[in-house]
Design a protein around this ligand. Structure first.
Ligand code: ZN
Ligand code: ZN
Ligand code: ZN
Length: 484
């Protein structure tokens, strides 16, 4: 209760007699929500009072409406504190950081920016040769659920260290001022994130796994044991996942915020795995080899086109259920530093789709092992064709809008203007969104050898688009070809 702080009971609303104790009334269903005007100023100042805040941020973002079944809103105080700590929120109440999954079996302290003392505290007391950990260049085997989070300075995006530092401060602020409890993080610097727990959750799944931060890489990858990645999803290198600070998840996630439509539980951390058990991970990882060296026979077998299953090499599957499933895993080629190389992909720094695609095709042309026609085909099929077809469909099913009063129309009124205020009626889907990738697809298909079937699909699509928008010479020339 905002007034006395005591626990409240949920009331329901009956359309005939008003407030009801239960979700059923003699008149039928009583709803957990109703439409009514609220005095936001009063609610806002009450929230500030709860938080003991006098000043508040200039911009506090909210959502236009609630899409969950009961229309349960989040406590406004949380939104105010998020704005204060400059963090974004996901639809389920958590703050997520998107990362690229990178497998890591071994590391040196100087690669992850964590001191020897701190690593010893975390359980890394010996290197892989059994020598006591004393110096920053000793090689260590990563513990199964330990994670090196990204802190890349070259990227236009903020590092996970920056974001999680602010999230931890937000959680502490929340605990102290909204829940009136003790703070749990008490971080003085970003380095203090080392040792804290996170949750990894891959897109389109709803089972997360707990990990522990042990340091920071200067890349944009989230480095962890390959099995930790496999526990989240099928393929573990180069795929995308997101990480969430554990206390943020416990404190702020609620199933009640999730939209009522089907599929909303995807991407929501409904189940949490606390202990990594390799036999429960996806079986694709079982074929990962765990040896220190590939023998000459292996290369000879490869030369004579032996099938992989006909050549025996130790793989993770051979270690399942034994202590060796967690430790003593080998690698064949050492690197001087996991942070060497390109740290920020040109895909992120190139501003337009045209430049990104031209760059991709330039590389494809340079690499002999790459079939340029196939790259062009994939780009057209997987991205452009889907995008154009989808937007063409949306265009024909769109709503119309009045420029003056913003009234929406399923079909444009016959009088040709807004029946509400007489304003001009316009499209809600732009023609540009439909045709933007059509010309690029056609010029890409012309320049590179793409299959005849695809060429004809594009031709048909072009005719359909022209059937909707007409065939104007100026427009086609105005668009310009990306490839030619
Ligand atoms: Zn009260
Ligand atoms: Zn009633
Ligand atoms: Zn109008």
């Amino acid at each position: 209760c905002e007034h006395c702080g005591r626990e409240t009971t949920k009331l329901h609303y009956c359309k005939s007699c008003g407030l009801a104790e239960k979700d059923q009334c003699s008149h039928g269903d009583a709803f957990p929500y109703r439409k009514k005007e609220i005095d936001i100023r009063e609610i806002f100042s009450a929230a500030l009072k709860t938080l003991n805040m006098r000043n508040y941020p200039d911009l506090i973002k909210g959502v236009r409406g609630t899409s969950n079944k009961d229309h349960t809103p989040e406590n406004l105080a949380k939104g105010i504190l998020r704005a204060k700590h400059d963090i974004f929120v996901n639809k389920d109440g958590t703050t997520r950081y998107d990362v690229t999954e990178m497998p890591l079996t071994h590391f040196r302290p100087n690669e992850i920016g964590t001191s020897v003392e701190k690593l010893r505290e975390l359980g890394y007391d010996h290197d892989i040769y059994g020598k006591e950990l004393e110096s920053e260049d000793q090689l260590l085997e990563i513990l199964p659920q330990d994670v090196v989070i990204p802190a890349c300075k070259e990227s236009p995006d903020e590092g996970a260290d920056e974001i999680f530092f602010r999230v931890a401060n937000y959680v502490d602020d929340l605990l102290q001022n909204l829940y009136k409890l003790h703070p749990i993080y008490n971080l003085k610097s970003k380095k203090d994130l080392v040792g804290q727990l996170i949750v990894g959750l891959a897109p389109h799944t709803s089972a997360g796994i707990i990990g522990r931060i042990i340091g920071f890489s200067r890349t944009q990858g989230c480095f962890s044991n390959p099995v930790w990645h496999a526990e989240q999803r099928r393929d573990c290198e180069g795929d995308e996942t997101c990480i969430i600070l554990l206390a943020d998840l416990f404190l702020n996630f609620s199933r009640r915020y999730l939209p009522a439509h089907r599929g909303s539980t995807q991407d929501a951390p409904l189940v949490l795995t606390t202990e990594l058990i390799p036999s429960e991970a996806d079986d694709m990882i079982f074929d990962m080899d765990t040896v220190w060296k590939y023998p000459l026979e292996f290369y000879e077998a490869a030369c004579s086109h032996t099938q992989p299953w006909d050549y025996k090499m130790e793989v993770l599957n051979d270690r399942l259920g034994k202590a060796e499933q967690y430790e003593g895993i080998g690698f064949t080629h050492d690197t001087s530093n996991i942070n060497s190389g390109i740290r920020c992909s040109a895909y992120k720094t190139l501003p337009t789709m045209e430049e990104k695609l031209k760059g991709q095709m330039r590389i494809a042309e340079k690499i002999r092992a790459v079939d340029t026609g196939d790259v062009a085909r994939l780009v057209i099929e997987k991205h452009f064709l889907k995008d154009t077809k989808g937007n063409l469909r949306k265009f024909s099913m769109q709503e119309f809008r009045c420029v003056k009063c913003n009234d929406k129309f399923r079909r444009p009124p016959l009088v040709g203007k807004c029946t509400n205020c007489g304003g001009k009626i316009i499209f809600t889907i732009a023609e540009g969104s439909v045709i933007k990738y059509l010309e690029p697809s056609i010029s890409l298909a012309e320049k590179y050898q793409v299959p005849e079937y695809l060429r004809q699909s594009l031709d048909l699509l072009q005719r359909r688009v022209e059937g909707v928008f007409g065939k104007e010479k100026e427009r086609q020339e105005g668009l310009g070809k990306w490839f030619g």
